[in-house]
Design a protein around this ligand. Structure first.
Ligand code: AMP
Ligand code: GLY
Length: 426
């Protein structure tokens, strides 16, 4: 089959690497891609906001399947436009992509389907939001409703901070994303990510992971897109995964289907493991970045076949995906300044040396300039390794990181710390 993959980050490089291993993939295009993706696919320039342009490209190049990596085109309805043009696509239509596009949409769906999640209210103006604060104890969580690149969440430790957050959002601090806010109860516990693939009728678990969202070691400092991840997340025991499937994922898929907005693609559930069981923090309508990198490192099945079966509504006709029993861990190397303004243009050398240590280096934000590889974004590389334990995967990943010459880059040195600590205790 001929495939078009959309996106340019480490997630898409991992998807490209895995898709290229599939015996059924013939012509493989990516847009815009990156220098890592270019090893596997022909990179082309398409304006993904111009759905007609993407459809035309698919027609000219006999594309059988389009794989949409990031959330923005999904929320913008690209998958739906492609489906309407009879092109198979991995990723949900516009309405179900609201699971990621609108936090209020997800909370209302949880309320309708009795899915465990923090108590909440939605507010469309500052006065209502301020009045609603009285109904919550401190800390309280204030969220911009729309897409805010993972930055639209504020955990207010005082009433004053909560009022400031509300004012900032209605003042346009997160642009249109904050035109509506969700105020919710603070949940405590350990966070974990759970993935499921669904064609709208059939649902299959697709692995677990843990991310490290803060920029600094020990989980301090500003939030980022994710500084590293590992999979599996043993904290999500088989019993908990069963509970998540039954109480969260299945009712979500069933409710959306019953309401005529069936979800097709990957569902990424951000969970809080509380004393009273797993609760849904948020949904994403795509793979996590960098969680995808560790999932792909462990996936042993044919990704193209899984994605095509999903797109065709035939997930019941393939065997369940198989994952390596080993742990995978990825360390994000970012450009200095991230998550603020990252330093661009810094040279990167010796990725071959890193891979020689047994790691796989995914490109996240790189560019080739005059034959040299340079940083071209906030998160630049994902140095990813397998090991019999998380500790082993961590050791290999950092040995590989230390081979890379990237003076204007940095990384956290403690990725995987929770699991490594648990492994020490035994
Ligand atoms: P989100 O973008 O909804 O995943 O939120 C970003 C981060 O904020 C999550 O990964 C959590 O660490 C935190 N968070 C969001 N909602 C809550 C909540 N209700 N209680 C505690 N922490 C939360
Ligand atoms: N790493 C978090 C995300 O992809 O949303």
């Amino acid at each position: 089959m001929n495939i078009l993959l959309l996106g340019s980050g480490g997630r898409e490089h991992a998807l490209a690497w895995k898709l290229a291993q599939s015996p059924s993939v013939e012509k493989f295009y990516a847009s815009p891609g990156n220098p890592g993706i270019a090893h596997h696919a022909e990179c082309v320039k398409l304006d993904v906001s111009d759905h007609a342009e993407v459809i035309l490209f698919c027609g000219h190049n006999d594309i059988d399947l389009v794989v949409i990596g990031p959330e923005a085109p999904l929320v913008d309805g690209l998958a739906e436009s492609l489906r309407t043009a009879d092109i198979f696509v991995f990723g949900p239509d516009k309405a179900p992509a609201q699971l990621e596009g609108s936090k209020g949409f997800t909370k209302d769906l949880c309320a309708r389907a009795d899915i465990p999640t923090a108590g909440y209210i939605r507010a469309t103006n500052q006065a209502d939001a301020l009045a609603a604060l009285d109904r919550f104890s401190i800390p309280v969580v204030i969220k911009a409703d729309g897409l805010a690149a993972g930055k639209g969440v504020i955990i207010a430790e005082t009433r004053e901070q909560a009022e400031d957050a509300v004012a900032m959002m209605f003042d346009g601090g997160f642009g249109d994303a904050g035109a509506e806010v969700v105020i919710e109860e603070f949940l405590s516990g350990e966070e974990a990510s759970f993935f499921a693939i669904t064609d709208g009728k059939n649902v299959i678990p697709f692995g677990s992971a843990q991310d490290h969202k803060r920029v600094g070691e020990g989980d301090v400092g500003p939030n980022t897109g994710g500084m590293g991840a590992y999979s599996p997340a043993p904290v999500l025991t088989p019993a908990l995964q069963k509970q998540v499937m039954e109480q969260i994922i299945q009712p979500t898929v069933d409710t959306l289907a019953a309401e005529g907005t069936a979800y097709s693609g990957v569902l990424f559930a951000g969970l809080m493991l509380t004393d009273t069981g797993p609760q849904l923090i948020e949904y994403n309508a795509r793979f996590g970045d960098p969680e995808c990198q560790v999932l792909m490192m462990r996936l042993q099945s044919d990704l193209a076949a899984i994605m095509m079966a999903t797109a065709k509504g035939e997930l019941d006709q393939i065997s369940p995906p198989e994952f390596d029993r080993q742990s995978a861990l990825t360390v994000v190397m970012a450009a200095k300044g991230y998550p603020g303004a990252p330093e661009k243009g810094g040279q990167i050398q010796n990725l071959a040396g890193a891979e020689h240590e047994g790691a796989k280096v995914f490109h996240a934000g790189t560019a080739e300039v005059d034959g040299k590889l340079v940083a071209n974004g906030g998160r630049v590389l994902n140095v990813t390794a397998l090991g019999n334990t998380t500790t082993e995967a961590q050791t290999t990943a950092y040995t590989a990181v230390d081979q890379i010459e990237f003076d204007s880059g940095f990384c956290r040195r403690d990725i995987g710390w929770r699991e490594v600590a648990r492994e020490k205790v035994g």
